[in-house]
Design a protein around this ligand. Structure first.
Ligand SMILES: NC(=O)c1ccc[n+]([C@@H]2O[C@H](COP(=O)([O-])OP(=O)(O)OC[C@H]3O[C@@H](n4cnc5c(N)ncnc54)[C@H](O)[C@@H]3O)[C@@H](O)[C@H]2O)c1
Length: 473
């Protein structure tokens, strides 16, 4: 794959997140930020991203690109295919920066702004030619990008965003603050009133969100959630029941509380009491670990952001093996470690069974074959735990076929750590099954023939140490 380059202009919270997203998806990145502290801040964001993003996938991401700090915007944009402006949210600063970037960029390069509030027509009023690509923090984990502006540039941008695992949402009309931040502003305004009026503390408001509707929103959004809330009668019933309440009204609508010292001190004081026992970096890591756990659960169901991750994963390249076939290549997520500080035993089995799934695909027992009513069921596994594995370790799994005649398929999975150490082996005995009768039967030639070729190819290999512990009953 040809390595492509992105230029990140402004390396704060959002620019750092963009840099990590591109780098960990194999792109080279040049950053320009005049702040002397920018390097340290980017390193911190990157460390968090390396810890979290690979854990979303059951496959390895491409090799990381190279990161460079440019001394000028001109240097950063040279040969860049994607240029992301993430400087502070001030229109005059954005105008100055976007003017230079528009003049310096290659013709086919996409110039995008991270702005939370400005419209493309405002950003381009001094002659720049950019679109809005509005991300969400942390940019390396959350897939949503709101795309606003020229339709052709947005279409080209969408292709690249898919490539780096993101979900481009085309905003049909340009408006202040796009789609998501309009909601968030309404929610933020209401929250400020609730604290100011002494109705709730910052912590109580957070509990009201994270213990209830926040969980629903992450997987079904607003309308699907309300459809379900309408019961069997669905959305119409829901609207009839709750529609009139909008006129009472429950909310403060457009009133904004004065942002005076009293309100700022009240809110920041409550926030310190609520969360001051943890540093911002610790809070970020907690947020990231939780997000990875939630996103992995959504991926399992193919829901919401999980569907985006699943589609990205399906497009990742399998590495070539120079000996046994590679049936797994992945990073160990934080959530797989246990109280002993290493990967819990369950996940060795998970890794091994995913390698079995991959080998089944290689012999033609893929999703379509299973949908046609045939599959393999596992009859026995034997796992040997040989070396510790930690969160963030890369694991590479290779498969040797020990037997494959009749209804049986006997596999031996070698689970190697990234440093080459053999961390575990898993021997597995599978039986070919008819999914209608739920009884074993001999596979047809579509599977039997490729399997026989693998059996033949592996027939001359040494019998692996530790093999032969299944199928003896
Ligand atoms: N923070 C968020 O949650 C969030 C979410 C989505 C979008 N955004 C948008 O992203 C943009 C950046 O926000 P942020 O939160 O990362 O701000 P930030 O203050 O963390 O980072 C801005 C960075 O830009 C650098 N900078 C200032 N002038 C510059 C220049 N002339 N050239 C290059 N770099 C320059 C600063 O040194 C700083 O590192 C804003 O437009 C904001 O609206 C922010």
């Amino acid at each position: 794959m040809k390595v492509q380059k992105a230029a990140i202009i402004g390396g704060g919270v959002i620019g750092g997140g963009w840099a990590a997203r591109f780098l960990l998806n194999g792109w080279d990145v040049d950053i320009f930020d005049p702040d002397p502290e920018a390097g340290r801040k980017i390193d911190d964001v990157l460390a968090n991203a390396r810890r979290a993003l690979p854990g979303l996938y059951n496959r390895a991401l491409p090799n990381e690109g190279r990161l460079r700090f440019a001394t000028s915007m001109e240097e950063a944009v040279k040969n860049a295919l994607w240029i992301q402006e993430s400087v502070p949210e001030r229109l005059d600063v954005k105008h100055r920066v976007l003017e230079i970037l528009s003049a310096e960029k290659a013709n086919n390069a996409i110039l995008a702004s991270s702005t939370s509030g400005f419209k493309p027509s405002q950003l381009n009023e001094k002659g720049a030619n950019c679109i809005v690509a509005h991300p969400f923090n942390p940019v390396y984990l959350l897939p949503l990008i709101e795309l606003v502006g020229d339709p052709q540039i947005c279409a080209d941008a969408a292709d690249i965003l898919h490539e780096i695992g993101m979900y481009p949402l085309r905003v049909r009309k340009e408006i202040d603050a796009h789609i998501a931040d309009r909601f968030l502003e309404a929610v933020w305004r209401e929250a400020l009133w609730l604290v100011k009026d002494g109705v709730a503390t910052t912590e109580e408001i957070d509990e009201a969100i994270r213990l209830g509707f926040g969980l629903r929103w992450a997987q079904m959004g607003l309308f699907e959630t309300y459809r379900v809330a309408g019961g069997e009668a669905g959305m119409k019933h829901f609207m009839a029941q709750f529609g009139p309440a909008l006129k009472w009204p429950w909310t403060k609508l457009m009133d904004v509380p004065d942002f005076d010292d009293t309100l700022v001190n009240l809110i920041s004081g409550q926030s310190d009491t609520q969360s001051g026992h943890m540093s911002i970096r610790e809070l970020e890591r907690l947020r990231d670990d939780n997000l990875v756990g939630i996103l992995r659960a959504l991926k399992h169901r193919g829901s919401a952001a999980g569907a985006v991750i699943a589609a990205h994963e399906a497009g990742l390249d399998w590495p070539e093996g120079d000996g046994l076939p590679v049936t797994g290549d992945r990073t160990v997520p934080q959530s797989w470690t246990d109280y002993n500080g290493h990967m819990n035993e369950t996940h060795y089995l998970e890794v091994g069974s995913q390698a079995t799934d991959r080998f089944m695909e290689m012999v033609g027992a893929d999703t379509a074959y299973i949908a046609s009513g045939k599959s393999f069921f596992t009859a026995e596994n034997h796992v040997r735990y040989l070396a510790e594995v930690h969160a963030g370790d890369r694991l590479r799994i290779t498969t040797q076929v020990l037997a494959g005649g009749g209804k049986k398929m006997q596999l031996f999975q070698f689970i190697h750590r990234g440093d080459g150490e053999l961390a575990a082996t898993m021997e597995t005995l599978l039986l070919h099954v008819n999914l209608e009768t739920r009884r074993t039967e001999v596979p047809g030639p579509v599977v039997a023939e490729p399997l026989a070729k693998w059996v033949e190819a592996h027939a001359g290999l040494d019998w692996p140490e530790g093999a032969g512990r299944v199928g003896t009953r």
